[in-house]
Design a protein around this ligand. Structure first.
Ligand code: SF4
Ligand code: SF4
Length: 405
């Protein structure tokens, strides 16, 4: 009886649910997928995935007739070779994720544990009265009026020097009214020589007060201005255009982030001729659930057609890239990985204790869909984007239509 070598291409991702009820093969190049539920095919896939097999096994003539084999061939996801033509087992490479300073394999947490992005809330002072000020910042990185404390400049300096700040690629500065921060000039000088991108995040209501961007002269090459828009008032939109034109004329990188709450605002956005860098964030205001569901919830096709590369899928299994390597420091010096969870410490704490918190088993850095209900039992768990503040805020992990589709 004929025998065949069955092999899977290295760009095909395979996942097997823990309860062994299903397996899935997903071709990361052409986005085709095959879900396995029948026992015989499942056992075949399981055998392929055994470490010693390196995704190459011998199959019989009957097994060669299984629908999976046809799918593999039709989608260029794998193939069979007659054993008579290749007595030696074909060699196949199996992709594996290696994380620098891997929090799962590094025993000692040191200041060299990488932090890539630091967000500093400098002041909570703000005279605007946005109705959802208390909610925006829990769903995305956003300005926030709060207790009228200011972040201590000495505290920032001490904390920053304790970190392995060489790994920090971006520092976000937020308020309140950012420019009212009492130590702004000294702060700008302190960070002037650090190579990271300095991202100053203003609400459009505050940016109107900036007449002169010379205060950022030290940062010319590493400067980014992010403008948050949560109003469609014509005067603000007019200001937005003139500010952007001015920033671009003096070579400052600029990003606009719109928060929208309903279909009406969505239609207004369409008339604004957004640029490629501009972002739109649907905001959950607990009132227009239909809008939120229509614009945030994922369907099967959204998940399968997302631009996931193999490395993204492997990463989704291991860490949460929405939180990994990111730290937020509030105006009172409290340190968070998300405003939807408890603080992990304060700036004056021993840095090693903070870093230990960051990498602990239950930290947000490690919060993958493999660990949470109902995603852990869903075959799309590694393809879905990692859990974000939206899920934490709404206390719902499955922002999708998979159960109802
Ligand atoms: S501008 Fe920003 S900080 Fe001020 S009230 Fe509005 S959302 Fe809050
Ligand atoms: S249940 Fe979770 S893993 Fe499955 S599709 Fe929905 S969000 Fe993704």
């Amino acid at each position: 009886m004929r025998k065949y070598w069955l092999y899977i291409e290295p760009y095909v991702y395979i996942d097997i649910l823990n309860d062994k009820s299903q397996a899935m093969l997903y071709n990361t190049l052409n986005k085709k997928h095959f879900v396995v539920s029948d026992k015989e095919t499942f056992m075949l896939v399981e055998t392929l995935c055994l470490e010693q097999n390196l995704r190459v096994i011998q199959i019989s003539q009957e097994q060669n007739q299984l629908p999976l084999i046809k799918w593999l061939r039709n989608t260029y996801s794998g193939d069979v070779i007659n054993v008579e033509n290749s007595a030696k087992r074909p060699v196949q490479f199996v992709p594996e994720l290696k994380i620098k300073n891997n929090i799962k394999t590094t025993n000692i947490v040191t200041p060299y544990q990488s932090i890539y992005e630091l967000s500093l809330y400098l002041t909570g002072k703000c005279s605007s009265n946005c109705i959802f000020c208390n909610n925006y910042y829990k769903q995305f990185l956003y300005c926030r009026a709060n207790i009228k404390k200011e972040l201590s400049l000495e505290g920032i300096k001490n904390f920053f020097c304790q970190l392995n700040n060489e790994t920090i690629l971006q520092i976000n500065f937020l308020g309140g009214e950012l420019l009212s921060y009492s130590y702004l000039n000294s702060l700008l000088l302190f960070f002037a020589n650090h190579k990271s991108i300095k991202n100053f995040i203003f609400n459009i209501r505050q940016i109107r007060t900036i007449h002169d961007f010379d205060i950022f002269e030290h940062y010319k090459n590493n400067l980014k201005i992010t403008i948050l828009i949560n109003t469609f008032d014509k005067n603000y939109i007019y200001t937005l255009n003139s500010v952007i034109n001015h920033l671009e004329s003096i070579g400052i990188r600029c990003e606009v982030l719109f928060v929208i709450e309903n279909e009406k605002e969505y239609s207004l956005i369409k008339n604004l001729h957004l640029k490629q860098n501009d972002k739109i964030f649907p905001f959950y205001n607990s009132q227009d659930n239909a809008f939120y569901r229509n614009n945030v919830f994922m369907r099967e096709q959204d998940i399968l057609n997302s631009d996931n590369k193999f490395i993204d899928i492997l990463r989704n299994k291991t860490i949460n890239k929405n939180f990994y390597g990111k730290l937020i420091i509030d105006t009172d010096g409290s340190i968070y990985t998300s405003f939807n969870t408890e603080k992990i410490g304060v700036m004056t704490d021993d840095i090693n204790i903070i870093l230990q918190q960051l990498v602990s088993k239950n930290s947000l850095y490690n919060l993958t869909r493999m660990k949470v209900y109902p995603c852990s039992g869903c075959i799309y768990r590694s393809l879905c984007p990692p859990i974000s503040n939206f899920e934490l805020f709404t206390k719902k992990n499955d922002l999708c239509f998979i159960q109802s589709d």
